[in-house]
Design a protein around this ligand. Structure first.
Ligand code: NAD
Length: 478
């Protein structure tokens, strides 16, 4: 089987090591062998990016806009094939995979337009005769480190603004999902990226990731992944004064009030907690339900879950694909055991099931009789596992929702304008959802969280420029 190569300094480069990319729906299906870069190759990529920066940062916005638009268009033209590859390597269903590929294309198109909207300020000085201007410069070489659960959308929402604002890129995707990253790199090359401006270095976090984070020629690091890795990156970046941005875990609450429309509540809970196999940082893992609707809600969720098809991600009719790998499956099972030993009641799911192909199939697990201090309600599980927490009223629901170290996304299902408005004002989260699932966002507005979920400026939309540029204040004696 041919090895898929890294893209370094304008060349597709071989490595002495490679890793098999395995389909979680069918472990006999090897998608490909993907080269693992070593420290030396990572350093070459960083050097190439540094050398390319001087020219690239001076290219006009027209050229950058056209390049991003071409990348976006090729992605959209190939969304079906990209979606298939994504679903095959990550395990989300084909409609979800195609949807994510489409999103990646839209993001590149958005930043193709956004770069033409760069603004600054020109203002009078407090000193007579002087004029002051405030403009934005690119930051330099950026290291982009991404997780496995959105293999093309997250790379897109980092690479597109990085390039748009004149930075050079060293991109390290997650080890588990190199296929989508490699396909994206091929498109970026095909669209005509100049040598050294964009580099793909697939490989391990401990070698490739750590080399990027610690390298003095990396001016800024944008990271999405787990809290533990994020903390390590923060410590190392601070020690050498590099700029960084972290998007990490969640333990997102969805409040269901007595006055909720039951169908909307069930839909939000099922979509938010279990679709994409629950492997979303914005997944609703805590369902906080007032007592008047509690039993009806639990019965309806259980009934709906029993109709969902858990099977091969590429099979038509599948609602929920497999868990991404054995390690994640072990973690999900461990937490299902922890929940039961803590006294939570497993209402349904949490069973390993066999399908025609050998994959990591787990039925969606729903707990009731849980309290917010249980480990299953405090620690991110990152699988198809959700808990119901019964509460007396809205005030208690809000207090429980905010009682977490995380603060990414939070939702409420209610027909009350009063509670919806109060929730939007007082929920301690970066994103607040009313009558829509906690997962599922637009690409033209900021994305990110508070507390332990995020650090640094927001990603996506116009807000992305905060991270990918640095401000210059200039004084001119006219
Ligand atoms: P992870 O932290 O294990 O890995 C993320 C990336 O960091 C990978 O590319 C990995 O190789 C790299 N890495 C690992 N060790 C490193 C090191 N020492 N130095 C530099 N890089 C290193 O996370 P994961 O398991 O791939 O992803 C799941 C996590 O991502 C979950 O916690 C989820 O909540 C989070 N996530 C957050 C968001 C968000 O926007 N908040 C979005 C998606 C996923």
């Amino acid at each position: 089987m041919d090895m898929k190569l890294n893209y370094i300094a304008g060349q597709w480069q071989e490595s002495s090591n490679a890793m098999a990319n395995i389909n979680p729906s069918d472990t006999s299906d090897i998608i490909g062998q993907y080269a693992h870069a070593d420290k030396n190759q990572t350093e070459q990529a960083i050097k190439a990016a540094r050398q390319a920066f001087s020219n690239w940062s001076k290219t006009g916005i027209q050229q950058r806009s056209e390049l991003l638009d071409r990348i976006g268009q090729i992605i959209l033209d190939r969304r079906q094939a990209l979606g298939e590859l994504l679903s095959r390597e990550e395990g989300k269903t084909l409609p979800e995979g195609i949807g994510e590929a489409t999103r990646a294309g839209q993001i590149f198109k958005f930043f193709a337009g956004e770069v033409l909207h760069m603004t600054g300020d020109l203002l009078p000085s407090t000193r007579p005769g002087l004029e002051v201007s405030i403009t934005r410069d690119p930051i330099g070489v950026v290291g982009l480190i991404t997780p496995w659960n959105f293999p093309i959308a997250i790379p897109a929402w980092k690479i597109a603004p990085a390039l748009a604002y004149g930075n050079c890129v060293v991109f390290k995707p997650a080890e588990l999902v190199p296929g989508s990253a490699h396909a994206l790199a091929e498109i970026i090359v095909e669209a005509g990226i100049p040598e050294g401006v964009f580099n793909l270095v697939m490989g391990t976090g401990s070698e490739v990731g750590a080399t990027i984070v610690d390298h003095p020629d990396i001016d800024a690091i944008s990271f999405t992944g787990s809290v533990n890795t994020g903390k390590r990156i923060a410590t190392n970046s601070i020690s050498r004064m590099a700029k960084f941005q972290l998007e990490m875990g969640g333990k997102n609450p969805l409040i269901i009030l007595d006055d909720a429309d039951l169908d909307i509540a069930v839909d939000c809970a099922i979509q938010g907690a279990f679709f994409s196999t629950g492997q979303r940082c914005t997944a609703s893992s805590r369902l906080i339900v007032t007592k008047g609707i509690h039993n009806r809600f639990v019965d309806a969720v259980e009934e709906k879950l029993s109709t969902l098809v858990i099977d091969h991600a590429l099979k038509s009719g599948t609602h929920i694909g497999p868990v991404v790998d054995q390690r994640q499956l072990d973690q999900d099972i461990k937490y299902i055991d922890i929940g039961q030993s803590e006294g939570a009641k497993l209402v349904c799911g949490g069973e390993l099931v066999k399908r025609d192909t050998n994959g990591f199939y787990l039925t969606p697990a729903l707990f009731t009789d849980t309290s917010n201090d249980m480990r299953i309600n405090r620690e991110e599980i990152f699988g198809p596992v959700a808990s119901v927490i019964a509460v007396d009223n809205y005030e208690q629901a809000l207090q429980v929702a905010n009682d977490t170290e995380f603060g990414l996304s939070a939702g409420i299902v209610t027909t009350s304008l009063k509670y919806a408005s109060d929730f939007k004002r007082n929920i301690e989260a970066g994103m607040a959802m009313v009558n829509v699932p906690t997962a599922g966002v637009d690409y033209h507005v900021p994305f990110g969280g508070r507390k332990g979920s995020s650090y640094g400026s927001r990603e996506q939309g116009q807000y992305a420029r905060e991270f990918y540029t640095t401000v210059k204040t200039a004084y001119t004696l006219a």
